[in-house]
Design a protein around this ligand. Structure first.
Ligand code: DGL
Length: 275
């Protein structure tokens, strides 16, 4: 009984290539407010979105090993690129629940789309993996997906151009192809894109924008309840501890602005994954 309780009160691990995964942290804090969170941002090696499957999987394994040392009860792979490329390998290798953002996002899009015509935007790696197409087909084999990589969105967000005219111009160019496709839902298939919701919404009027960060938080809640792993501490807010692979200050500043509070951030060195 005591063991079960201590298992339930272990933290949830959430990782991303950088600061973008904090969109998932925010959603997890909303849907699971009592859970402690350990966040890892691989700031020394971001971006993942233009790297190969084997490289992204190696990085993800190193972060998972770090999470295991931190005694997490579950890991959420907040990065769409890592979820697309590495989720299967991580699930095979580790003995705790590992949730990615692709399947919850794809499921939510299929349920929201009346026409079953859905757009997907993401990094080059996520789009080339066709992970969203594969997951959507599991829910509805007749759903039609149309995808487009938007590699400039990540540096625009990283540099704070969230609603500037330049971002709107870039969005118009990237999203033009969807106009003729008659879609009624668009999956924001990258950690950074929820921060561009306003701009994307201006270009894609009357299209449902599917933010995978909230769907993965809801999925995490279901998995914890199903496995009886949800925190048993009834009356306290969960904590957030962040770790990064590059210097902590930039992350601390950006994260503080985004989460609107001071956060603990520590730089750590990862150990190479044992193959
Ligand atoms: N976190 C990545 C994703 O969601 C975007 C940033 C990157 O390219 O590393 O795909």
């Amino acid at each position: 009984m005591k063991n079960m309780k201590s298992l339930k009160n272990r933290p949830i691990g959430i990782f991303d290539s950088g600061v973008g995964g904090l969109t998932v942290v925010k959603s997890v804090q909303k849907y699971l407010p009592r859970e402690d969170i350990i966040y890892f941002g691989d700031t020394a090696r971001v971006p993942y979105g233009n790297k190969s499957r084997s490289t992204v999987t190696r990085f993800s394994r190193e972060i998972m090993d770090f999470m295991i040392k931190k005694r997490v009860k579950m890991v959420i792979v907040a990065c769409n690129t890592a979820s697309s490329f590495s989720l299967g390998a991580l699930r095979k290798h580790y003995n705790i629940p590992v949730i990615g953002v692709i399947s919850p996002g794809a499921r939510e899009a299929v349920s929201l789309s009346l026409k079953k015509r859905i757009g997907v935007i993401g990094t080059n790696s996520t789009i080339s993996s066709r992970a969203y197409e594969k997951e959507a087909a599991k829910t509805d084999p007749n759903a039609k997906l149309f995808s487009n990589a938007c590699p400039l969105f990540v540096p625009l967000v990283e540099n704070g151009f969230l609603s500037d005219p330049i971002t709107l111009e870039v969005a118009k160019i990237y999203l033009k192809a969807f106009k003729a496709k008659n879609i009624d839902a668009l999956i924001l298939g990258c950690t950074h894109y929820p921060l561009l919701k306003k701009v994307i919404g201006k270009v894609m009027k009357d299209v449902e924008l599917v933010d995978s960060s909230s769907s993965v938080a809801k999925e995490a809640k279901c998995v914890l309840l199903k496995k009886d792993l949800n925190s048993s501490r009834a009356s306290r807010r969960g904590s957030l501890k962040c770790y990064v692979s590059d210097e902590a200050e930039t992350f601390r500043r950006t994260a503080g602005l985004f989460l609107k509070k001071k956060i603990q951030v520590k730089k750590v060195a990862l150990c190479p994954a044992v193959q």
